[in-house]
Design a protein around this ligand. Sequence first.
Ligand code: 4NP
Length: 145
Amino acid sequence: MVCLGNICRSPLAEGLLREKLDPTRFEVDSTGTGSWHVGNAPDPRSVAVARKNGLDISMLRGRQFSHQDFIDFDHIYVMDSSNLSNVLDLAQNDQEAQKVSMILDTIFPGEKVDVPDPYYGGDDGFDRVYDMLDQACDVISSQLS
Ligand code: 4NP
């Protein structure tokens, strides 16, 4: 799961998908394309919306996306089109590039819909992002399981 800061959207996506998959068969992680929040806990607003929905993401820490992620993971879900171009810039071949998709393609196929960045907005933005990611992760878990 990849966003820009790895403190708002992708930690929510990581927590949601991990909860929906069998931990003995799947590894789920999240990263950001930027480095500002490496080592940081998720944004308190993401922690709060997750907690409200029964999910604890407070132990996650920020990490920056690197080429190694193409080697370590089979599927790379990005939150928006800017994450998509930043991640694809680091792909070294078609096989790596084909691992990458926009996460909302799962519920709006082919429409290239972004998960809006809630960082600069109000708390309701985090509720909306949580609901979108919950629906997307339901589809991903049924596709992978
Ligand atoms: P995220 O949100 O990409 O969903 O984690 C952001 C968090 C921090 C910043 C930008 C986006 N920032 O510029 O610090």
